[in-house]
Write a new protein. Sequence first.
Length: 376
Amino acid sequence: LAGDPELNINHPYYDVARHGIIQLAGEDNSGRKVITFSCCRMPPSYQLNHTRLLEYLKYTLDQYVENDYTVVYFHYGLKSLNKPSLKWLQTAYKEFDRKYKKNLKALYVVHPTNFIKILWNIFKPLISHKFGKKITYLNYLADLGQHLKYDQLNIPQEVIRHDENLWRKQKGKLPPVVKVPPPRPPLPTQQFGVSLQYIKDKNKGELIPPVMKETVSYLKSKGLQVEGLFRRSASIQTIKDVQKLFNQGKLSPHHCQELPEPLLTFDCYDHILEITSVESCLRVTRCKEIIQGLPEHNYAVLKYLICFLHMVSQESIYNRMTASSLACVFGLNLIWPQKGTTSLNALVPVNLFTELLIDFYTNIFNSRTVPGEILP
Ligand SMILES: *[C@@H]1O[C@H](CO)[C@@H](O)[C@H](O)[C@H]1NC(C)=O
């Protein structure tokens, strides 16, 4: 399997997913989720049902349409043998309704060829000016570096070798090596990228990180009825700026994804992934069992957060943030695997689990008390 150990044979698109053509791969510089499409992983056309591939692509994007996202398209390896028909491409573009296009913020075409440029000319009249502006051609892998950390992408070996050959041929040398900066020790007031215990020790033993409390009260003061409260990724930059200030001891926001271990802990990861195979009527009970096993501190913080999200979802007629859309935004911030990035196949269970926690907050969190509990 092309880089996805979690792919289950019962996956509804197993026949297509197993090739690893479409993968989820970390975030770009603006904090948007990145999806890669690798042509070299497409088997010969007679071995791949392209209609299914299109359905799988939409199924994948449906996990994302609530959020902005970026696509990296590795063109190398598209040959006459595995090339989908022009008719298919046309159908694909037509079936991609507005919702998918609107939240696609950037499309990077890596190693474009004349074939792509010809295609582009054919489709130009069909493609809106606005969509055209989202496309960037990149001649070398290293050019991706301006937009995202490309060492986190699962780039096919063939593509890496092709890039090296291009460098050798066109520049007479090898491409630069990707450098990852070493981690820095935590600053004394730092609240992101450090463990919950560290935060607790620095905050006079209080369980809920001040950063979270202050963000929640800020959002509450703005009014929970504001439309699209968490949705725009423009706010991601703001969150990052605020995070920086906060770490220097100046201010305060949220975001659990920067913790070294997810709030739901690595131990729960596999249990959460199995939620989709639990019978529907037993799922809420199963969620309750899973979170019963959390350490007290994690439980307290999770309860605080979910209680707040539940309150937000109660106002969904005004703010349009239903439990399901909140789950899309927050799910991946609560749990991720110990190794590698979250695979696409984990998205459905992770989002479902989060949605259940939000929807059934009262039922799921009613049986365990936290000493000195604070709720929003
Ligand atoms: C390809 O998949 C579509 C949709 O799932 C299906 O209707 C069609 O029969 C499949 N074609 C082949 C040749 O299996």
